[in-house]
Design a protein around this ligand. Structure first.
Ligand SMILES: [Fe+2]
Length: 280
């Protein structure tokens, strides 16, 4: 039996949910946590893809001292999956990751970070899909398969089906130089996120641990949030909900990762319009 609403996600749901989430965020910032949670939960019920509606519940619960509610939201055991690319694509060339890194570095332009992406001493590409190379499209297929498997395993496939939305994939690469790091952030416009580590040499990423849990600083000082540390390894794909805050600890060698976001494309126009100016 499913608890999901058996109706499609309507344009009006998107607009109303964004308004509610915006109001919820404002209330968190003003310290009206209880009232904020009402708005944020309603927003998420109307639109299960609206990541900020969940993300802002974390500081609300935190400052109400409701740590068990946070543990339900940040349920690492259930919601984080670590998948080896070799279990998705059989017969993958052992040097696939290394060759893919070379392809990326040769074919893609890396840009300095924007405000949304707090990279220190690192760069990122724009959306990788239009500039695809041969190995990149192999990775794209693998990432699509990983997301499909993930949605089934965490019982979210029905959410997509009931809402009647189509999902789009966005991928980009991050390259961090020695001494670099990525500060706490979450992927506001996405629904499910993943990161793939193409590197062949484990030692190359020592120090560049992925930490799930830390939320952006503007949500307030939350030192006791539960965290999950993940050591990058060649061929590893880590999948998690986009509302999970995360950071990359300082790395002592060049560290390349490929990030992917899965997001609904239904009602794209309304979605974008509704999001405009809201900056959730
Ligand atoms: Fe990220």
């Amino acid at each position: 039996m499913s608890h999901m609403p058996a109706r499609k996600l309507a344009a009006s749901d998107i607009l109303v949910s964004v308004r509610l989430a915006t109001s919820g965020k404002k209330k968190v910032q003003e310290g009206e946590y209880r009232s904020a949670l009402v708005d944020l939960c309603e927003a998420h019920k109307l639109n299960p893809f609206l990541t900020p509606a969940v993300a802002w519940q974390i500081p609300a619960h935190y400052f109400l001292n409701e740590h068990s509610a946070i543990e339900d939201i940040l349920d690492y055991k259930r919601l984080v999956k670590c998948i080896d690319i070799g279990s998705i694509l059989s017969g993958l060339e052992p040097r696939f990751g290394e060759q893919l890194s070379d392809e990326l570095l040769a074919r893609c332009r890396f840009y300095s970070p924007t405000q949304q992406m707090p990279i220190v001493n690192g760069k990122k590409t724009n959306d990788l899909l239009p500039a695809r190379g041969a190995l990149l499209s192999v990775l794209e297929d693998a990432v699509r398969a990983v997301f499909v498997r993930y949605l089934c395993e965490v019982s979210l496939a029905d959410t997509v089906r009931h809402a009647g939305v189509e999902l789009a994939l966005r991928m980009w690469a991050n390259a961090i130089a020695p001494g670099g790091e990525i500060g706490p952030h979450y992927h506001t416009r996405s629904w499910i996120s993943a990161v793939y580590y193409p590197i062949a040499d484990y030692r190359a990423v020592r120090g560049g641990l992925l930490v799930l849990g830390p939320m952006p600083f503007q949500m307030g000082h939350m030192p006791d949030l539960p965290q999950l540390h993940i050591e990058p390894a060649p061929g590893l794909i880590v999948v998690f909900p986009s509302y999970f805050g995360h950071r990359v600890l300082k790395t002592n060698q060049t560290r390349v990762s490929i990030a992917a976001d899965l997001l609904p494309i239904a009602e794209t126009v309304n979605w974008n319009t509704a999001n405009e100016g809201a900056d959730l």
